[in-house]
Design a protein around this ligand. Structure first.
Ligand code: XLS
Ligand code: CA
Ligand code: CA
Length: 439
Protein backbone atom coordinates (compact mmCIF):
# COMPACT_ATOMS: atom_id res chain seq x y z
CA UNK A 1 0.00 0.00 0.00
CA UNK A 2 1.26 3.50 -0.83
CA UNK A 3 2.72 5.38 2.09
CA UNK A 4 2.06 9.07 1.55
CA UNK A 5 4.27 10.51 4.29
CA UNK A 6 7.21 8.07 4.48
CA UNK A 7 9.47 10.71 6.05
CA UNK A 8 7.48 10.63 9.32
CA UNK A 9 6.99 7.85 11.88
CA UNK A 10 4.25 8.20 14.47
CA UNK A 11 4.70 11.46 16.41
CA UNK A 12 5.00 10.69 20.15
CA UNK A 13 5.30 12.49 23.44
CA UNK A 14 8.94 12.99 24.43
CA UNK A 15 8.62 15.79 26.97
CA UNK A 16 9.85 19.36 27.26
CA UNK A 17 13.53 18.60 26.93
CA UNK A 18 13.46 16.82 23.59
CA UNK A 19 15.23 18.23 20.55
CA UNK A 20 13.21 16.08 18.18
CA UNK A 21 11.05 18.43 16.04
CA UNK A 22 8.72 15.52 15.23
CA UNK A 23 7.76 14.85 18.86
CA UNK A 24 5.27 16.35 21.30
CA UNK A 25 6.63 18.34 24.21
CA UNK A 26 3.32 18.81 26.03
CA UNK A 27 0.70 16.64 24.34
CA UNK A 28 0.75 13.33 26.18
CA UNK A 29 -2.57 11.73 25.15
CA UNK A 30 -2.95 9.38 28.12
CA UNK A 31 -1.79 11.81 30.82
CA UNK A 32 -4.54 12.53 33.35
CA UNK A 33 -5.43 16.19 33.86
CA UNK A 34 -8.09 16.40 36.54
CA UNK A 35 -10.57 13.63 35.85
CA UNK A 36 -9.84 13.13 32.15
CA UNK A 37 -6.93 12.28 29.89
CA UNK A 38 -5.47 14.97 27.65
CA UNK A 39 -6.91 13.13 24.67
CA UNK A 40 -10.41 13.31 26.19
CA UNK A 41 -10.08 16.98 27.07
CA UNK A 42 -8.72 18.13 23.75
CA UNK A 43 -10.54 16.00 21.15
CA UNK A 44 -8.27 17.17 18.32
CA UNK A 45 -9.51 17.11 14.77
CA UNK A 46 -7.83 17.64 11.40
CA UNK A 47 -9.56 19.88 8.83
CA UNK A 48 -9.70 18.04 5.53
CA UNK A 49 -9.90 21.20 3.42
CA UNK A 50 -6.72 22.86 4.66
CA UNK A 51 -4.55 19.81 5.20
CA UNK A 52 -5.46 17.61 2.26
CA UNK A 53 -6.97 19.98 -0.31
CA UNK A 54 -5.63 23.55 -0.09
CA UNK A 55 -2.40 24.04 -1.96
CA UNK A 56 -1.26 27.47 -0.85
CA UNK A 57 -3.06 29.51 -3.50
CA UNK A 58 -3.70 33.18 -2.73
CA UNK A 59 -4.85 36.30 -4.60
CA UNK A 60 -1.40 36.79 -6.04
CA UNK A 61 -0.24 33.32 -6.92
CA UNK A 62 -1.11 29.71 -7.68
CA UNK A 63 -0.58 26.63 -5.53
CA UNK A 64 2.86 26.29 -4.02
CA UNK A 65 2.41 23.03 -2.10
CA UNK A 66 3.92 19.75 -3.26
CA UNK A 67 1.54 16.96 -2.27
CA UNK A 68 2.04 13.23 -2.76
CA UNK A 69 -1.10 12.92 -4.93
CA UNK A 70 -0.26 15.78 -7.32
CA UNK A 71 0.86 13.41 -10.10
CA UNK A 72 -2.67 11.92 -10.39
CA UNK A 73 -4.97 13.28 -13.08
CA UNK A 74 -8.40 11.75 -12.44
CA UNK A 75 -10.35 13.71 -9.79
CA UNK A 76 -11.81 10.53 -8.24
CA UNK A 77 -8.36 8.96 -8.03
CA UNK A 78 -7.10 12.09 -6.30
CA UNK A 79 -10.05 11.93 -3.88
CA UNK A 80 -9.20 8.33 -3.01
CA UNK A 81 -5.51 9.10 -2.54
CA UNK A 82 -6.40 11.99 -0.26
CA UNK A 83 -8.60 9.74 1.86
CA UNK A 84 -5.80 7.19 2.36
CA UNK A 85 -3.33 10.00 3.05
CA UNK A 86 -5.72 11.59 5.56
CA UNK A 87 -5.99 8.42 7.63
CA UNK A 88 -2.23 7.83 7.48
CA UNK A 89 -1.76 11.42 8.67
CA UNK A 90 -4.25 11.06 11.54
CA UNK A 91 -2.57 7.82 12.65
CA UNK A 92 0.89 9.36 12.55
CA UNK A 93 -0.28 12.50 14.38
CA UNK A 94 -2.41 10.60 16.94
CA UNK A 95 -5.37 12.84 15.98
CA UNK A 96 -8.65 11.02 16.71
CA UNK A 97 -11.10 13.14 14.65
CA UNK A 98 -11.52 14.81 11.26
CA UNK A 99 -13.98 17.31 9.73
CA UNK A 100 -14.88 17.85 6.08
CA UNK A 101 -17.04 19.73 3.61
CA UNK A 102 -18.69 17.63 0.90
CA UNK A 103 -16.51 19.15 -1.82
CA UNK A 104 -13.29 18.47 0.11
CA UNK A 105 -13.71 14.72 -0.08
CA UNK A 106 -15.25 14.19 -3.52
CA UNK A 107 -15.19 16.21 -6.76
CA UNK A 108 -18.34 17.88 -8.06
CA UNK A 109 -19.75 16.06 -11.10
CA UNK A 110 -21.29 17.57 -14.22
CA UNK A 111 -24.75 17.20 -12.64
CA UNK A 112 -26.09 17.05 -9.10
CA UNK A 113 -26.74 13.33 -9.59
CA UNK A 114 -23.11 12.73 -10.50
CA UNK A 115 -21.93 14.84 -7.56
CA UNK A 116 -24.00 12.66 -5.24
CA UNK A 117 -22.63 9.48 -6.84
CA UNK A 118 -19.06 10.70 -6.28
CA UNK A 119 -19.88 11.55 -2.68
CA UNK A 120 -21.44 8.16 -1.99
CA UNK A 121 -18.42 6.38 -3.41
CA UNK A 122 -15.91 8.33 -1.30
CA UNK A 123 -18.13 8.20 1.80
CA UNK A 124 -18.04 4.40 1.55
CA UNK A 125 -14.23 4.52 1.44
CA UNK A 126 -14.12 6.91 4.43
CA UNK A 127 -16.36 4.58 6.36
CA UNK A 128 -14.12 1.62 5.62
CA UNK A 129 -11.02 3.56 6.71
CA UNK A 130 -12.78 4.78 9.86
CA UNK A 131 -13.68 1.22 10.80
CA UNK A 132 -10.11 0.08 10.18
CA UNK A 133 -8.44 2.86 12.18
CA UNK A 134 -11.01 3.87 14.81
CA UNK A 135 -10.84 7.50 13.65
CA UNK A 136 -14.07 9.46 14.09
CA UNK A 137 -15.94 12.25 12.35
CA UNK A 138 -16.18 15.36 14.55
CA UNK A 139 -18.42 17.13 12.06
CA UNK A 140 -19.54 17.21 8.50
CA UNK A 141 -20.62 20.30 6.61
CA UNK A 142 -21.68 21.42 3.17
CA UNK A 143 -19.75 23.91 1.07
CA UNK A 144 -22.40 26.40 -0.04
CA UNK A 145 -19.96 29.16 -0.91
CA UNK A 146 -17.26 28.21 -3.44
CA UNK A 147 -19.22 27.49 -6.62
CA UNK A 148 -20.41 30.57 -8.60
CA UNK A 149 -24.04 29.38 -8.22
CA UNK A 150 -23.76 30.62 -4.62
CA UNK A 151 -22.47 34.07 -5.59
CA UNK A 152 -25.55 35.75 -4.06
CA UNK A 153 -25.85 33.35 -1.14
CA UNK A 154 -27.37 29.89 -0.66
CA UNK A 155 -30.29 29.89 1.80
CA UNK A 156 -30.24 33.69 1.47
CA UNK A 157 -29.96 33.78 -2.31
CA UNK A 158 -32.55 35.96 -4.08
CA UNK A 159 -33.11 32.97 -6.38
CA UNK A 160 -35.40 30.20 -5.04
CA UNK A 161 -33.76 27.56 -7.28
CA UNK A 162 -30.52 28.15 -5.42
CA UNK A 163 -32.35 27.73 -2.10
CA UNK A 164 -33.71 24.37 -3.33
CA UNK A 165 -30.32 23.29 -4.67
CA UNK A 166 -28.64 24.16 -1.36
CA UNK A 167 -31.31 22.18 0.50
CA UNK A 168 -30.56 19.13 -1.66
CA UNK A 169 -26.85 19.41 -0.89
CA UNK A 170 -27.38 19.79 2.87
CA UNK A 171 -29.83 16.88 2.86
CA UNK A 172 -27.15 14.69 1.28
CA UNK A 173 -24.46 15.91 3.69
CA UNK A 174 -26.69 15.19 6.67
CA UNK A 175 -27.26 11.66 5.43
CA UNK A 176 -23.52 11.06 4.96
CA UNK A 177 -22.63 12.67 8.30
CA UNK A 178 -25.15 10.42 10.00
CA UNK A 179 -23.88 7.35 8.19
CA UNK A 180 -20.31 8.10 9.27
CA UNK A 181 -21.37 8.58 12.89
CA UNK A 182 -20.63 12.34 12.80
CA UNK A 183 -20.92 13.82 16.29
CA UNK A 184 -21.87 17.31 15.07
CA UNK A 185 -22.97 19.11 11.93
CA UNK A 186 -21.76 22.64 11.16
CA UNK A 187 -23.44 25.51 9.35
CA UNK A 188 -21.07 28.26 8.43
CA UNK A 189 -22.90 30.87 6.37
CA UNK A 190 -20.08 31.68 4.03
CA UNK A 191 -22.05 33.88 1.60
CA UNK A 192 -25.12 34.19 3.77
CA UNK A 193 -24.80 37.93 4.06
CA UNK A 194 -24.66 40.89 1.71
CA UNK A 195 -22.36 43.18 -0.22
CA UNK A 196 -24.73 46.16 -0.24
CA UNK A 197 -28.13 46.87 1.26
CA UNK A 198 -29.05 48.70 -1.99
CA UNK A 199 -29.99 45.38 -3.61
CA UNK A 200 -30.90 43.36 -0.50
CA UNK A 201 -34.21 42.36 1.12
CA UNK A 202 -32.62 41.83 4.52
CA UNK A 203 -35.83 40.69 6.23
CA UNK A 204 -36.65 38.04 3.61
CA UNK A 205 -33.04 36.79 3.62
CA UNK A 206 -33.01 36.33 7.40
CA UNK A 207 -36.47 34.72 7.35
CA UNK A 208 -35.29 32.33 4.62
CA UNK A 209 -32.13 31.44 6.50
CA UNK A 210 -34.29 30.52 9.49
CA UNK A 211 -36.67 28.50 7.25
CA UNK A 212 -33.68 26.62 5.86
CA UNK A 213 -32.33 25.78 9.32
CA UNK A 214 -35.77 24.66 10.53
CA UNK A 215 -35.95 22.34 7.51
CA UNK A 216 -32.52 20.93 8.43
CA UNK A 217 -33.67 20.31 12.02
CA UNK A 218 -36.82 18.57 10.75
CA UNK A 219 -34.90 16.40 8.31
CA UNK A 220 -32.28 15.43 10.90
CA UNK A 221 -35.10 14.41 13.18
CA UNK A 222 -36.72 12.42 10.40
CA UNK A 223 -33.60 10.39 9.58
CA UNK A 224 -32.62 10.01 13.24
CA UNK A 225 -29.44 12.08 13.10
CA UNK A 226 -28.55 12.71 16.75
CA UNK A 227 -25.45 14.89 16.30
CA UNK A 228 -25.27 18.43 17.66
CA UNK A 229 -26.09 21.23 15.18
CA UNK A 230 -23.59 24.09 15.29
CA UNK A 231 -23.55 27.56 13.75
CA UNK A 232 -20.12 29.03 13.17
CA UNK A 233 -20.04 32.81 13.56
CA UNK A 234 -17.91 35.02 11.31
CA UNK A 235 -18.38 38.77 10.84
CA UNK A 236 -17.22 39.27 7.25
CA UNK A 237 -15.36 37.57 4.40
CA UNK A 238 -16.40 36.49 1.88
CA UNK A 239 -19.32 38.95 2.15
CA UNK A 240 -19.08 42.45 3.58
CA UNK A 241 -21.54 41.51 6.31
CA UNK A 242 -22.21 37.92 7.35
CA UNK A 243 -25.51 37.24 9.10
CA UNK A 244 -23.81 34.96 11.65
CA UNK A 245 -21.54 37.90 12.64
CA UNK A 246 -20.58 36.82 16.17
CA UNK A 247 -21.95 34.83 19.11
CA UNK A 248 -24.19 37.71 20.19
CA UNK A 249 -25.71 38.02 16.70
CA UNK A 250 -26.22 34.26 16.46
CA UNK A 251 -27.94 34.15 19.86
CA UNK A 252 -30.30 36.93 18.78
CA UNK A 253 -31.06 35.14 15.51
CA UNK A 254 -31.68 31.77 17.16
CA UNK A 255 -34.06 33.28 19.72
CA UNK A 256 -35.92 35.41 17.17
CA UNK A 257 -36.65 32.36 15.05
CA UNK A 258 -37.28 29.74 17.74
CA UNK A 259 -34.13 27.77 16.89
CA UNK A 260 -32.35 28.12 20.24
CA UNK A 261 -33.11 24.59 21.39
CA UNK A 262 -31.49 23.03 18.35
CA UNK A 263 -28.20 24.87 17.88
CA UNK A 264 -24.96 25.60 19.67
CA UNK A 265 -21.98 27.47 18.25
CA UNK A 266 -18.65 26.45 16.77
CA UNK A 267 -16.25 29.21 17.71
CA UNK A 268 -13.26 29.96 15.54
CA UNK A 269 -10.46 32.02 17.11
CA UNK A 270 -9.69 33.94 13.91
CA UNK A 271 -13.36 34.79 13.39
CA UNK A 272 -13.57 36.13 16.94
CA UNK A 273 -10.70 38.52 16.35
CA UNK A 274 -12.11 39.58 12.95
CA UNK A 275 -15.29 40.55 14.82
CA UNK A 276 -13.22 42.74 17.15
CA UNK A 277 -13.44 40.32 20.07
CA UNK A 278 -10.93 38.16 21.85
CA UNK A 279 -11.23 34.41 21.36
CA UNK A 280 -11.93 34.18 25.10
CA UNK A 281 -14.78 36.69 24.83
CA UNK A 282 -16.62 34.57 22.27
CA UNK A 283 -16.02 31.40 24.31
CA UNK A 284 -17.21 33.10 27.50
CA UNK A 285 -20.35 34.53 25.94
CA UNK A 286 -21.22 31.16 24.45
CA UNK A 287 -20.44 29.33 27.69
CA UNK A 288 -22.55 31.50 29.96
CA UNK A 289 -25.43 31.18 27.51
CA UNK A 290 -25.11 27.38 27.40
CA UNK A 291 -24.23 27.23 23.67
CA UNK A 292 -20.50 26.51 23.62
CA UNK A 293 -20.44 23.48 21.35
CA UNK A 294 -17.12 23.19 19.54
CA UNK A 295 -14.01 25.15 18.54
CA UNK A 296 -12.10 25.83 15.34
CA UNK A 297 -8.61 26.06 16.76
CA UNK A 298 -6.48 28.55 14.85
CA UNK A 299 -5.25 32.12 15.13
CA UNK A 300 -5.13 35.27 13.02
CA UNK A 301 -2.27 37.70 12.56
CA UNK A 302 -2.35 40.78 14.77
CA UNK A 303 -1.46 43.04 11.86
CA UNK A 304 -3.62 41.54 9.11
CA UNK A 305 -7.34 42.21 8.85
CA UNK A 306 -8.39 38.97 7.21
CA UNK A 307 -8.88 35.30 7.98
CA UNK A 308 -5.33 33.97 7.89
CA UNK A 309 -6.25 30.65 9.56
CA UNK A 310 -2.83 30.07 11.12
CA UNK A 311 -1.96 27.21 13.40
CA UNK A 312 -2.53 28.26 17.02
CA UNK A 313 0.81 28.89 18.76
CA UNK A 314 -0.11 31.68 21.19
CA UNK A 315 -0.04 29.94 24.56
CA UNK A 316 -1.64 32.92 26.30
CA UNK A 317 -4.70 32.54 24.05
CA UNK A 318 -4.84 28.73 24.31
CA UNK A 319 -4.64 28.97 28.12
CA UNK A 320 -7.57 31.36 28.31
CA UNK A 321 -9.47 29.21 25.81
CA UNK A 322 -8.87 26.06 27.86
CA UNK A 323 -9.87 27.95 31.00
CA UNK A 324 -13.30 28.61 29.42
CA UNK A 325 -13.51 25.06 28.07
CA UNK A 326 -12.73 23.52 31.47
CA UNK A 327 -15.37 25.71 33.09
CA UNK A 328 -17.75 24.55 30.37
CA UNK A 329 -17.19 20.97 31.54
CA UNK A 330 -15.38 20.23 28.27
CA UNK A 331 -16.54 20.42 24.67
CA UNK A 332 -17.83 16.91 23.94
CA UNK A 333 -19.46 16.05 21.59
CA UNK A 334 -17.52 19.00 20.14
CA UNK A 335 -13.75 19.21 19.91
CA UNK A 336 -10.77 21.27 18.81
CA UNK A 337 -10.66 21.27 15.04
CA UNK A 338 -7.52 22.67 13.43
CA UNK A 339 -9.15 24.93 10.87
CA UNK A 340 -5.64 26.09 10.09
CA UNK A 341 -3.32 26.05 7.13
CA UNK A 342 0.42 26.12 6.84
CA UNK A 343 1.79 29.30 5.28
CA UNK A 344 2.25 29.41 1.51
CA UNK A 345 5.99 29.26 1.98
CA UNK A 346 5.70 26.12 4.14
CA UNK A 347 5.03 24.03 1.07
CA UNK A 348 6.46 20.63 1.96
CA UNK A 349 4.33 17.75 3.32
CA UNK A 350 6.42 17.69 6.50
CA UNK A 351 5.23 21.22 7.27
CA UNK A 352 1.73 19.77 7.78
CA UNK A 353 3.19 17.75 10.65
CA UNK A 354 5.07 20.70 12.13
CA UNK A 355 1.89 22.80 11.98
CA UNK A 356 -0.24 20.25 13.82
CA UNK A 357 2.49 19.54 16.38
CA UNK A 358 2.71 23.28 17.11
CA UNK A 359 -1.07 23.54 17.55
CA UNK A 360 -1.43 20.39 19.64
CA UNK A 361 1.41 21.36 21.96
CA UNK A 362 0.08 24.91 22.33
CA UNK A 363 -3.34 23.57 23.39
CA UNK A 364 -1.85 20.88 25.65
CA UNK A 365 0.28 23.57 27.32
CA UNK A 366 -2.82 25.77 27.58
CA UNK A 367 -4.75 22.90 29.19
CA UNK A 368 -2.05 22.39 31.84
CA UNK A 369 -1.77 26.12 32.56
CA UNK A 370 -5.57 26.53 32.76
CA UNK A 371 -5.86 23.57 35.11
CA UNK A 372 -3.18 25.16 37.30
CA UNK A 373 -4.98 28.51 37.22
CA UNK A 374 -8.21 26.85 38.30
CA UNK A 375 -6.38 25.02 41.09
CA UNK A 376 -5.15 28.33 42.52
CA UNK A 377 -8.76 29.50 42.58
CA UNK A 378 -7.35 33.03 42.32
CA UNK A 379 -9.66 34.38 39.62
CA UNK A 380 -12.83 32.76 40.95
CA UNK A 381 -12.16 33.98 44.50
CA UNK A 382 -11.37 37.49 43.33
CA UNK A 383 -14.45 37.68 41.12
CA UNK A 384 -16.71 36.31 43.88
CA UNK A 385 -15.36 38.93 46.29
CA UNK A 386 -15.67 41.71 43.70
CA UNK A 387 -19.41 41.16 43.37
CA UNK A 388 -19.98 40.49 47.05
CA UNK A 389 -22.29 43.49 47.45
CA UNK A 390 -24.98 41.55 45.51
CA UNK A 391 -25.11 38.80 48.13
CA UNK A 392 -26.53 40.78 51.01
CA UNK A 393 -28.48 43.94 51.72
CA UNK A 394 -29.62 46.11 48.84
CA UNK A 395 -27.59 44.09 46.29
CA UNK A 396 -29.40 40.90 47.23
CA UNK A 397 -32.72 42.73 46.90
CA UNK A 398 -31.74 43.93 43.38
CA UNK A 399 -30.82 40.42 42.31
CA UNK A 400 -34.01 38.98 43.75
CA UNK A 401 -36.12 41.58 41.94
CA UNK A 402 -37.51 42.95 45.19
CA UNK A 403 -36.76 46.63 44.56
CA UNK A 404 -37.41 49.22 41.83
CA UNK A 405 -36.26 52.77 41.14
CA UNK A 406 -38.25 54.25 44.04
CA UNK A 407 -36.75 51.97 46.69
CA UNK A 408 -33.29 52.37 45.17
CA UNK A 409 -33.59 56.12 45.12
CA UNK A 410 -34.63 56.14 48.80
CA UNK A 411 -31.65 53.85 49.57
CA UNK A 412 -29.16 55.99 47.60
CA UNK A 413 -30.25 59.15 49.37
CA UNK A 414 -29.13 57.53 52.63
CA UNK A 415 -25.98 55.84 51.21
CA UNK A 416 -24.27 58.29 48.89
CA UNK A 417 -20.75 57.85 50.29
CA UNK A 418 -19.70 54.97 48.07
CA UNK A 419 -16.48 53.01 48.58
CA UNK A 420 -15.06 50.94 45.70
CA UNK A 421 -12.42 48.20 45.53
CA UNK A 422 -9.49 47.93 43.11
CA UNK A 423 -9.91 45.80 39.96
CA UNK A 424 -6.37 44.41 40.49
CA UNK A 425 -5.91 43.63 36.79
CA UNK A 426 -2.10 43.66 36.88
CA UNK A 427 -1.98 41.32 39.86
CA UNK A 428 -4.35 38.87 38.13
CA UNK A 429 -2.30 39.04 34.92
CA UNK A 430 0.81 38.17 36.93
CA UNK A 431 -0.94 35.14 38.41
CA UNK A 432 -1.97 34.05 34.91
CA UNK A 433 1.58 34.49 33.59
CA UNK A 434 2.99 32.43 36.44
CA UNK A 435 0.62 29.58 35.65
CA UNK A 436 1.67 29.65 31.98
CA UNK A 437 5.39 29.93 32.67
CA UNK A 438 5.51 27.28 35.38
CA UNK A 439 3.96 24.48 33.31
C1 XLS B 1 -14.31 29.80 6.83
C2 XLS B 1 -14.81 28.85 7.79
C3 XLS B 1 -15.12 27.45 7.26
C4 XLS B 1 -15.99 26.69 8.21
C5 XLS B 1 -16.65 25.48 7.63
O1 XLS B 1 -13.83 30.86 7.16
O2 XLS B 1 -13.91 28.79 8.86
O3 XLS B 1 -13.96 26.77 6.96
O4 XLS B 1 -15.28 26.29 9.35
O5 XLS B 1 -17.36 25.78 6.50
CA1 CA C 1 -13.90 27.52 10.65
CA1 CA D 1 -11.46 30.84 9.13
Amino acid sequence: MTEYFPEVEQVRFEGKATDNPLAFRYYDPKRMVGDKTMEEHLRFSVAYWHTFVAGGRDMFGSDSAKRPWDHLADPMEIAQARAYAAFEFMEKMQIPFFCFHDVDVAPEGSSLKETFRNLDEIAALLKELMEKTGKRLLWGTCNLFSHPRFMHGAATSPNADVFAYAAARVKKCLEITKDLGGENYVFWGGREGYETLLNTDLKLELDNLARFLHMAVDYAHKIGFKGQFLIEPKPMEPTKHQYDFDVAAVLGFLHTYGLEKHFKVNIEANHATLAGHTFQHELRLARVNGVLGSVDANQGDELLGWDTDQFPTNVYATTLAMYEILLNGGLAPGGLNFDAKVRRGSFEPIDLFYGHIAGMDAFAHGLLAAERLLETGALEEFVAERYNSYRTGIGEQIVQGKVGFEELSAYALEHDRISLGSGRQELLETILNRCILEV
